[in-house]
Design a protein. Structure first.
Length: 94
């Protein structure tokens, strides 16, 4: 299975212990499924990426190929592939 590289920044990098992490990327994988895999691997990121109601935090930014996920037509349901550049970072001091 191809590997998707994900870059973490700021406090997320402290949690992962590294800048870039690879995830197995099945065909048709979505941004939401990637975030689910991130939380499984790094449970401490949940409070950095999600609000208490389970919605993606406005202070968490997922960027795919230079475009913010919330601006993509399908948002978190956008399919991603190993050739995509994925950056995940928090905004502000949290």
């Amino acid at each position: 299975m191809p590997l998707l590289k994900v870059n973490f920044y700021a406090s997320l990098r402290k949690i992962s212990g590294t800048k870039t992490v690879e995830f197995s990327s099945p065909d048709g994988w979505t941004i939401q499924q990637l975030l689910d895999a991130v939380i499984i691997r790094y449970p401490a990121m949940h409070v950095k990426l999600y609000e208490q109601d389970g919605e993606l935090s406005r202070r968490a930014h997922i960027v795919i190929n230079g475009r913010f996920s919330h601006l993509l037509e399908k948002g978190m349901d956008t399919e991603i592939s190993p050739s995509d550049t994925v950056d995940i970072f928090p905004i502000g001091h949290f």
